[in-house]
Design a protein around this ligand. Structure first.
Ligand code: ATP
Ligand code: MG
Length: 175
């Protein structure tokens, strides 16, 4: 089905407001209307929510997390930017692996499992896109999901609701 990415972002941000308040984080959004992708809205909302949750969890009180949705050529870019602890460059690939957490001691305090970014990666790929990270350790991170806009594709789209859910649950183990 057609998914309104701005609506997903707003839903994900709204669901994160309590967590943000608890952590003393200011949430900002800047979203373009009219960015549609083929896929599953719940999955896109979950993926953006995972990024926002991380941005809040790995940042100090008094900092800002911003979520933007913009169209760029035939893609929609969803960017989640924080002013948090950042991630060393040598960790950038591994953080998308299931159960991988950068600093066991530090991460334990946030009580996660290390699945959040693996899910983000699956959702992005199941929507024909990808996720990337930019980070400056000690200053912050930006995670960007890029997905092809609906209507720009010749076929009906890479991810009908059926295939995206199926491939997510049937994901092979990393080799
Ligand atoms: P879960 O999301 O399953 O509750 P998690 O947050 O530890 O647990 P991921 O979301 O997959 O798992 O993130 C993996 C690791 O990447 C985190 O443990 C953390 O070390 C690092 N990380 C993720 N996002 C950020 C961020 N915005 N800033 C700093 N480090 C991050
Ligand atoms: Mg997480």
């Amino acid at each position: 089905v057609l998914v309104d990415v701005a609506a997903c972002a707003i839903e994900a941000v709204d669901a994160s407001r309590v967590l943000a308040d608890e952590h003393g984080i200011e949430l900002r959004t800047d979203v373009d209307a009219g960015c549609f992708v083929w896929g599953e809205a719940d999955l896109v909302t979950t993926a953006i929510g995972n990024l926002v949750g991380n941005a809040i969890s790995y940042s100090e009180s008094g900092t800002r997390v911003s979520v933007t949705v913009h169209a760029a050529e035939d893609l929609v870019e969803v960017a989640v930017t924080d002013q948090g602890v950042g991630i060393d460059a040598e960790e950038h690939e591994r953080i998308f692996e299931r159960f991988y957490r950068v600093d066991a001691a530090r991460s334990r305090a946030t009580g996660g499992t290390g699945l959040g970014l693996a899910i983000v990666k699956h959702v992005a790929e199941n929507h024909g896109g990808q996720v990337s990270v930019w980070s400056e350790p000690g200053h912050g991170s930006t995670f960007t999901i890029r997905m092809p806009l609906a209507g720009q594709q010749s076929s009906g789209g890479p991810a009908s609701s059926g295939t995206s859910t199926e491939s997510l649950s049937a994901a092979p183990a990393p080799s």
